[in-house]
Design a protein around this ligand. Structure first.
Ligand code: ADP
Length: 380
């Protein structure tokens, strides 16, 4: 992992000092590891001088962050010219050695300070250093454990995000049923919607271990077929409680033709709910949201429009990445997961999604999904 750009500015002990100290300890000590994956690329592409500058900056940021988090007898280390920083947590915390939670919290604080100062990605991880293990092995297992923990975190965040929408929809319908006098037909419709969402939540939970952002089954999505008009109507019902809370009107632009698309009904509903929920969340209070669909060249094209602030041009690709949130919407609750799921579902079914300007003044999300084979020849 060393790039050979040794820096005289490095005044931290080298990693070996840290392993020697750990080897002399009677109990295994936590080893925190931080890695700058961009460092080597910068050394190769931009030269050693640039890499040294980055290294000096990284050492200073590491020192500052570590200084505010660590105890006096914890040991920080870095080999000159390498992309690795490490901490041996030797100091006791409340009379017991640091546990998993405090190791993660320390890593999070040091890692996020480093990432913010350097404006680059930082990989982190920790493991107990085993006396017999080689330094390289200890570092590799700490980073591997960190990667696994991040994956798990993304996975559960995605599940949490997807369960929150049906849950708040059910709550909204039940509150209306309890608080407002409704005629028999409306009561039944609300109960059926709440029941359908409860069943969908159950299916999401059943599929929890198969469904992950990294492994959404392509076959399952592409083999199934659903009626787009029906799923649009359902998605509007799901977001109705949120729309009501914000005083937003949600319009469906009547579909001219029946559109059977080559996508599983649950995945289609999930995609539509995520887009409609965003449109409702980001539109002006008391504003409007519109969803429409038409056929084009063997595909169904769905437009979700709103009258909110829209999406700045420089963010139109980035917002589909996991955990990217626009600063103009920072006051609205969110996790930066919904659009990543929309993109994943659209692409896994052979379609795509993009953000544009809406004639309503806000954002337009255009989703293209393949029609079922025998609908492809139909005129729109
Ligand atoms: P979240 O809404 O939870 O932040 P998403 O992945 O659904 O996460 O959206 C990512 C970002 O895209 C949002 O933080 C917001 O900045 C922007 N965005 C999404 N939909 C809209 C919209 N309809 N209008 C304006 N901005 C939007």
């Amino acid at each position: 992992m060393a790039s050979g750009t040794s820096s005289r500015a490095n005044a931290l002990p080298e990693l070996q000092t840290l392993f020697d100290l750990a080897a002399g300890s009677a109990t295994p000590l936590p080893l925190l590891v931080l890695r700058l994956p961009e460092f080597e690329r910068i050394a190769w592409r931009e030269g050693k001088r640039q890499a040294r500058r980055l290294e000096r900056k990284a050492i200073a940021a590491f020192r500052t962050a570590a200084g505010s988090v660590l105890r006096a007898d914890d040991l920080c280390a870095h080999d000159p010219g390498s992309d690795l920083f490490a901490v041996l947590v030797a100091g006791t915390r409340r009379s017991s050695p640091a546990g998993a939670l405090s190791c993660r919290a320390m890593l999070e604080r040091i890692g996020s300070h480093l990432a913010a100062q350097l404006e680059m990605r930082v990989e982190t991880g920790w493991a107990f250093y085993d006396r017999g293990a080689s330094g390289a092995y200890a570092i590799a297992s700490a980073l591997e454990r960190g990667a696994r923990e991040r994956e798990r975190y993304e996975f559960f965040s995605a599940i949490g995000h997807e369960l929150r929408t049906p849950l708040s929809s059910i709550r909204g319908y039940l509150e209306t049923l309890i608080d407002e006098p409704l005629n028999e037909e409306t009561r039944r419709r609300f109960l059926e919607t709440a029941q359908r969402e409860a069943l969908r939540m159950g299916r999401l939970l059943d599929g929890m271990f198969e469904f992950s952002l990294l492994d959404l089954s392509r076959v399952g999505l592409a083999e199934a077929v659903c009626d787009l008009r029906e799923q649009i109507a359902r998605a509007c019902e799901v977001v109705a409680p949120l729309a009501r809370d914000r005083g937003v009107s949600c319009e469906i632009d009547e579909l001219k033709a029946e559109l059977e698309i080559a996508l599983d009904a649950d995945a289609c509903l999930q995609l539509l709910v995520n887009l409609l929920e965003n449109a409702t969340k980001y539109s002006h209070a008391g504003g409007c949201v519109c969803i429409s669909a038409h056929a084009r060249d063997g595909d169904a094209v769905i437009w979700v429009d709103d009258d909110g602030p829209g999406i700045p041009h420089d963010l139109r690709d980035a917002i589909f990445s996991l955990r990217v949130r626009g600063s103009q919407c920072a006051d609205r609750p969110g996790t930066g997961i919904g659009l990543a799921i929309v993109k994943l579902i659209a692409e896994r079914s052979g379609g795509n999604v993009r953000a544009d300007d809406s004639p309503l003044g806000g954002a337009r999300f255009e989703v293209v999904l393949p029609l079922k084979a025998d609908f492809r020849t139909m005129p729109s």
